[in-house]
Design a protein around this ligand. Structure first.
Ligand SMILES: [Zn+2]
Length: 396
């Protein structure tokens, strides 16, 4: 079976969790979680089915084997079906101190509730890892068997190896999103090289997804789960002065405020929590009530060889129509009127607000999004073509 070593050169530190919210070493489960999230979004983007692992909808049976599982479970495994590749850390890089583990906005401009800066917590002594991290990857099955195994394959086409598919996926996530946990705080950005080199350029991942796009049986039916079709991927730069170390949380604060300043908009607090996330305060609040941010803002990226500094990457996934059950309430939020579907905003309205804020206050170096010519002039409608351009263009 094919083996690869992936060398991650961390641009922003990697956080994979650990015991007591401290990162004693690189836990590959944290990396696998982020890879699965993106893989699901790509699979749904090309029209294939990827379940939400929290729903536990895929059940392995010995009659159907992997053909009874969604594509994400086929590759990443589920009860009764092992993951199709192995991943192990062979070099953990260096732990990087983060002081008290709190990121704060400038309190004079962006005050928090108690007059201090608004805060985001990574965790005291959390020690994300930086520098050079090396991972060992090994295939367990040719990827073509994962993709629509019922389809007839051309004998002349070599089956891509799983590690080449996953390697390309890892590279994509390192460029555009974040590996590991807490991507909403901009962690986990990396450039990644492989030894031996990945085979076949973009083809293993794109070709693998093309098989999935051709499968007529396992079709995605969800419009609310993350999908490449509903993403935006952008890079911005400060217009005048450099970005300060708190630029990430300052921008998050400003984006959150976009959805605070629309009191005419029905359910605007619900919308704000939905788009930018919400952690319930107080005793008795459970993790279930926690709402994940749909918009991720990277740490300011320092200048590297041949690459401009003072940049922030920002990306997100907003479904086409933001609906909430009638009468649903967020903690201390307004109630949607009973008897209505609870539609509070369209994707376009949300992203237009974000895009306008960024073009007004920053230089937008890149903005990629499917099928929206006003923001991405390529206006691509085919997700495979869109992905190919993302993989081909070397991110700045
Ligand atoms: Zn599944």
């Amino acid at each position: 079976m094919r083996e690869l070593t992936a060398t991650l050169n961390m641009i922003t530190p990697l956080w994979t969790g650990g015991s007591n919210s401290q990162m004693d070493r690189v836990h590959v489960t944290g990396i696998l979680g982020s890879l699965r999230w993106w893989y699901e979004a790509l699979v749904r983007g090309v029209g294939g089915e990827a379940c939400d692992p929290r729903d536990h909808t895929c059940i392995y049976t010995s009659e159907e084997e992997e053909l009874g599982l969604c594509y994400a479970c086929r590759l990443f495994g589920t009860t009764g079906w092992a993951r199709r590749f192995q991943l192990a850390s062979i070099n953990d890089g260096q732990a990087q101190g983060l002081g008290d583990g709190v990121l704060r906005t400038d309190p004079t401009i962006r005050p928090g509730r108690k007059g201090n800066g608004a805060t985001w917590y990574i965790g005291k002594g959390s020690q994300p890892h930086a520098g050079k991290i090396e991972l060992h990857m090994m295939s367990a099955l040719p990827a073509a068997r994962l993709a629509a195994s019922s389809l007839a394959h051309s004998a002349s086409r070599a089956d891509p190896e799983v590690v080449d598919v996953v390697g390309r996926l890892m590279q994509f996530v390192g460029w555009y999103g974040g590996l590991g946990a807490k991507p909403q705080l901009g962690l986990g950005r990396a450039t990644i090289s492989f030894s031996p080199a990945l085979s076949g350029g973009n083809d293993p991942l794109v070709g693998h997804l093309r098989h999935i796009a051709d499968d007529r049986k396992w079709r995605n039916t969800s419009t609310s789960r993350p999908s490449l079709r509903h993403m935006f991927l952008a890079e911005i730069q400060a217009k005048n002065n450099g970005l300060d170390p708190n630029a990430t949380v300052n921008l998050k604060y400003d984006l959150r405020a976009l959805f605070r300043a629309n009191p005419d908009q029905l359910g605007y607090q619900t919308l704000r929590h939905y788009v930018m996330g919400h952690v319930p305060q107080g005793i008795g609040s459970s993790d279930k009530e926690r709402i994940r941010s749909k918009v991720m803002v990277s740490q300011p990226l320092a200048a590297r060889q041949g690459v401009l500094g003072n940049r922030i990457r920002i990306w997100g996934c907003i479904p086409p129509e933001l609906t909430f059950p009638p009468g649903s309430t967020m903690p201390s939020g307004p109630t949607a009127p009973a008897g209505t579907p609870g539609v509070i905003a369209t994707r376009d309205r949300v992203i237009t607000s974000i895009h306008t804020h960024l073009t007004t206050n920053y230089t937008v170096l890149a903005w990629r999004e499917m099928n929206v010519p006003s923001r991405d002039t390529t206006a691509l409608t085919d997700p495979l073509e869109f992905l190919s351009t993302l993989l081909t263009e070397v991110p700045r």
